[in-house]
Design a protein. Structure first.
Length: 313
């Protein structure tokens, strides 16, 4: 059975740990495995603006011995000019895997149902699971290994209804983290995501907390994360959102509520002076640049895992 990665809980706790351990191995030796040697092609489709996703996937596919086949979503117009179903059938016969950065979660789900090869969510409106793998790998390196994540506390402050918050909940719970989301009430995570994360946490020893108090969210945390207050496509809400989210800004004062050596995460791009201050993002506790690099190692590990499990091998 072909294995896909459409949302964070598509990996079991054991599978996630294997991927994270492999990511750490790729950090030490970027050619430790080359499952795409041949080269085999991987379709990488972009419907949304991208920097880290494009750089990390194209570089990673090449380092795995493959060929990154870049598809411009504006030209392909998948779901408009040609149906998702027909696109999946065309791509699945020619590539080893499909990586898609798009809008609706339902679109990538439909792609996976008909492609016949692993499909990877490189970002949708609902989830950003590859980013969370990179974040977890970053924390694993700093904490001493993938097995050291369980029992740590990760706090996220800002827009709790966006794809990053949703993926922190699912991916963090899968890793056994105590995940806290601090956000305004009107920007709380989707109840079904909170419910699923709570269910996973009950099995892994983690926990899930959603609060409107940023200080409560950050108190004693081992790592603190944030993200832009204005997601792609919602730029017209910038002024309104700034007034609502300013109490959740990740600044020096808020960070003082976390552990003294707490790590600071930001998936980038960052807007200094808005969701995070320059003093924090560029300060000694920030691991944002490690995090950006781990997009490469974690995605190589993920592709390797997907390509060597199930009938994708």
């Amino acid at each position: 059975m072909t294995k896909h990665f459409l949302r964070d809980d598509d990996l079991t706790p054991s599978e996630q740990r294997q991927v994270l351990e492999l990511a750490l191995a790729f950090k030490k030796d970027r050619h430790v495995q080359t499952p795409l040697r041949g080269p085999r092609a991987v379709a990488v489709i972009f419907d949304k603006p991208t920097l880290r996703t494009q750089v990390s996937f194209t570089t990673g596919i090449a380092e795995l011995g493959g060929y990154p086949l870049l598809v411009d979503g504006n030209l392909a117009q998948i779901g408009k000019r040609e149906s998702i179903a027909d696109t999946a059938r065309v791509l699945g016969r020619q590539v080893a895997a499909i990586v898609w950065r798009t809008f609706e979660q339902s679109a990538i789900t439909e792609m996976s149902e008909l492609a016949g090869v692993p499909v990877v969510n490189a970002l949708t409106d609902d989830f950003h699971p590859c980013q969370i793998l990179a974040d977890l790998a970053t924390l694993a390196e700093h904490f001493g290994g993938a097995g050291e994540l369980s029992g740590k506390t990760l706090a996220y402050v800002g827009d709790g209804a966006n794809n990053m918050a949703h993926s922190y909940l699912l991916g963090g719970a899968t890793a056994g983290l105590h995940v806290r989301i601090g956000s305004p009430a009107q920007y709380s995570p989707a109840p079904q995501v909170v419910g699923r994360a709570t269910q996973i946490a009950a099995q892994t020893g983690g926990s899930v907390t959603v609060t409107t108090d940023p200080n409560e969210a950050v108190a004693g945390a081992d790592a603190v994360a944030t993200d832009t207050w204005v997601s792609m496509g919602r730029e017209d809400e910038q002024a309104e959102r700034r007034d609502i989210f300013i109490p959740y800004q990740l600044n020096t004062e808020l960070l003082q509520h976390a552990k003294a050596d707490a790590l600071v995460l930001h998936c980038l791009p960052a807007y200094r002076g808005q969701e995070i201050t320059a003093a924090v993002l560029d300060g000694p506790q920030s691991v944002a640049w490690d995090e950006a690099e781990y997009r490469l190692h974690a995605q190589k590990a993920l592709l390797t895992y997907l390509l060597t499990h199930g009938d994708a091998q």
